[in-house]
Design a protein around this ligand. Structure first.
Ligand SMILES: Nc1ncnc2c1ncn2[C@@H]1O[C@H](COP(=O)(O)OP(=O)(O)OP(=O)(O)O)[C@@H](O)[C@H]1O
Length: 618
């Protein structure tokens, strides 16, 4: 085995992750913390049904189930087996968790890499399409089909003849909407998007993605009106409610903003043509189908009725959701996938945006438009920090963090004064939000909540969300002379920031929506970003949001951000996590962690095994 491997650890003989009935190889790998009970059970059940008793094949299937659980779409057995050369599409490269009770992964009886996948490919499990061996990788059937479908739909979209455009009009409007050298990069991207059916538009924070999208929409609306005499039908979507609300606000701001001197000029006609543009979640766009979480109302037989579909924060879109989106978009519609491929990938399996950028980019370079110029002047230190993380140079990252420009700082976890300062700031921030919420000022409380965000890698443990939520509630309670928080039986209180954790189509609530609980007379109401409000008794799946995970923070930003880096042994500590956390901040970033944790974060990649890039290339 050439790859470090993430394991669970524990010394409880009744741990639910232990598969008590397991035998042989699966038992050994389960006890070592490599496989969970669920991985073992799925492998055993499916193998039993087809009568497959080769233990190495069963182990391979269990590793494929495990891979999906960890965000990969498939597993590269070659990277695990002994005598392997360590293939490129390696499984998640993460450190072995120290102090496990079981055998160290390197000492486990891994099958020889040579011939392992071939045995699986010849097994009745592959013959009956339970698993698929393809591209040297092993897939569970569903993910293989989805990856194939995404590839086929993307390639089919590339083969559709280019849309008709009035070139002189396009050139003229592009020069008006993206004037001069300052907008040259965005103008080129906008022209390319306008002339194609499918484009991926990439760029980090502040690279001008929203400005480009707004300008493109104005170009296309003008083309539709002047050449076809009709309104262009536009859908704007993002994977979470929060990201959709942010997109909506950004587009509304761009449409409403007075033209800057030398900047883009949206005419009254542009504004009229785009008036009323609204953004929503991808789930809402595709339409719920009762009884199914993976199928939607709009699909291949009931396409979306839009000429242009723009998806923001595409890095958060899983393989499954991308498959559903691609089958629902009309083949002749323009599809613009916008995002930052350096961010963390989707919570569910896949790394679709990154795969599209590499795979599609190699197939058809014009299909990927990259914006690289930073237009944000608010904090150059944050920009430099993000660039240093992207560049993968730990010492450069530490240098930016310790230069002490005020906008970025590094606090050692043993620095008592630094932590006391953090406590003060968190308490003051929570008190501000509470004061406004007690006064019934919902808009003020929502705006105040956005001023600072505390981000953790983990949910549990001393550097996890649960601990820090309780901690802030205790400090807030002490400072305001009240008992606050679920820990003291007061789950709902004015000033409680909340995060919705499940979609509720009835109430129009989406996983990722955020808000604040506000006092209204005797009653408590949760006011959400985006305008809706509900009596707190109507909300089911909610968490407190004094702290949140970096994963959940994707698609949102705050004035200031504090990032709590976990210990170097944490498998979550990766470059993508660190970059995503830091780029949530608009003006100030405080990183709490040891220099070694910073180095480890920059050095480790959160790689996911997928075959999409290779499929798109081929
Ligand atoms: N070419 C440009 N010249 C000067 N300022 C620009 C240019 N393009 C965009 N801006 C300004 O830079 C800021 C960031 O632009 P924009 O919101 O389009 O970027 P973004 O990539 O969408 O950022 P985010 O990822 O944070 O949403 C905005 O204030 C915008 O007005």
């Amino acid at each position: 085995m050439t790859t470090a491997i993430e394991r669970w650890t524990g010394d409880d003989p009744y741990d639910a992750r232990l598969a008590l009935g397991a035998t042989g190889l699966l038992r050994t790998f389960n006890e070592a913390g490599v496989l969970t009970a669920a991985d073992v059970h799925v492998a055993c059940r499916t193998a039993d049904i087809v009568g497959e008793d080769d233990e190495t094949v069963r182990l391979a299937v269990a590793l494929a189930v495990r891979a999906v659980r960890q965000g990969s779409v498939c597993v590269d057995l070659d990277a695990f087996g002994t005598g392997s050369s360590g293939a490129a599409a390696a499984p998640a490269v993460v450190p072995a968790v120290q102090g496990g009770t079981g055998t160290e992964p390197d000492l486990l009886p891994w099958p020889a890499a040579e011939g392992w996948l071939d045995r699986v490919a010849a097994s009745p499990l592959a013959v009956r399409s339970v698993v698929r061996a393809d591209l040297g990788l092993l897939y569970l059937d569903r993910y293989w089909r989805e990856e194939q479908q995404v590839r086929d739909d993307v390639v089919a979209r590339l083969a559709v003849p280019a849309p008709d455009v009035d070139e002189p009009l396009l050139e003229q409007s592009a020069a008006r909407l993206f004037p001069g050298d300052a907008y040259a990069e965005q103008r080129a991207a906008a022209l390319s998007i306008s002339r194609r059916r499918t484009t991926v538009l990439t760029g980090g924070p502040g690279r001008g993605k929203t400005t480009t999208v707004t300008g493109v929409l104005a170009l296309l609306a003008e083309q539709a009106e002047r050449t076809a005499g009709r309104r262009v039908r536009i859908a704007l979507a993002a994977p979470t409610g929060k990201a959709a609300a942010r997109l909506q606000q950004a587009v509304a701001d761009a449409l409403g903003a007075p033209p800057e001197v030398g900047g883009p000029e949206l005419t009254a006609d542009d504004r009229r043509r785009l008036a009323g543009l609204r953004a929503g979640t991808l789930h809402r766009l595709l339409g719920r189908r009762p009884g199914s979480s993976t199928r939607f109302r709009h699909d291949r037989s009931n396409r979306l009725p839009y000429d242009v579909v723009v998806v923001d924060e595409t890095s958060m879109v899983s393989l499954t959701l991308m498959a559903r989106l691609l089958e629902a978009v009309r083949p002749d519609a323009r599809l613009v996938l916008v995002g930052d491929p350096d961010q963390l990938a989707s919570v569910e399996a896949g790394a679709v945006l990154a795969d599209l950028v590499t795979g599609l980019g190699e197939r058809d370079a014009d299909a990927v438009a990259a914006l690289v110029t930073d237009h944000r002047s608010e904090s150059t230190a944050i920009t430099r920090l993000a660039a240093a993380i992207q560049g993968g140079d730990p010492e450069a990252v530490l240098a930016v963090l310790t230069e002490g420009e005020g906008a970025v700082e590094l606090v050692h976890p043993d620095d008592a004064a630094g932590l006391a300062h953090l406590q003060d700031e968190l308490t003051r921030h929570a008190l501000d939000v509470r004061g406004l919420a007690l006064a019934g000022d919902a808009a003020g409380a929502l705006a105040a909540a956005e001023r600072h965000r505390l981000l953790c890698a983990h949910r549990e443990g001393p550097w996890g969300v649960e601990h820090w939520n309780q901690q802030v509630e205790r400090w807030l309670g002490e400072a305001s002379g009240a008992y606050l928080g679920a820990a003291v039986g007061a789950r709902w209180y004015p000033g409680r920031p909340v995060l919705i954790t499940a979609n509720d189509y009835g109430l129009g609530l989406f996983n990722g929506d955020t808000g604040v609980v506000v006092a209204e007379g005797e009653n408590l109401r949760a006011h959400l970003d985006g305008g809706a409000s509900f009596a707190v008794s109507r909300l089911g799946d909610v968490e407190t949001l004094h702290a949140m995970t970096v994963h959940k923070s994707q698609g949102s930003q705050a004035e200031a951000v504090t990032v709590l880096l976990p210990d170097v042994t944490s498998p979550l500590l990766t470059r993508e996590l660190f970059y995503t956390a830091v780029t949530r901040a608009r003006r100030r970033v405080r990183v709490v962690g040891t220099p070694d944790a910073v180095r480890a974060a920059v050095d480790r990649r959160a790689r996911r095994a997928t075959g999409l890039a290779a499929r798109l290339r081929g």
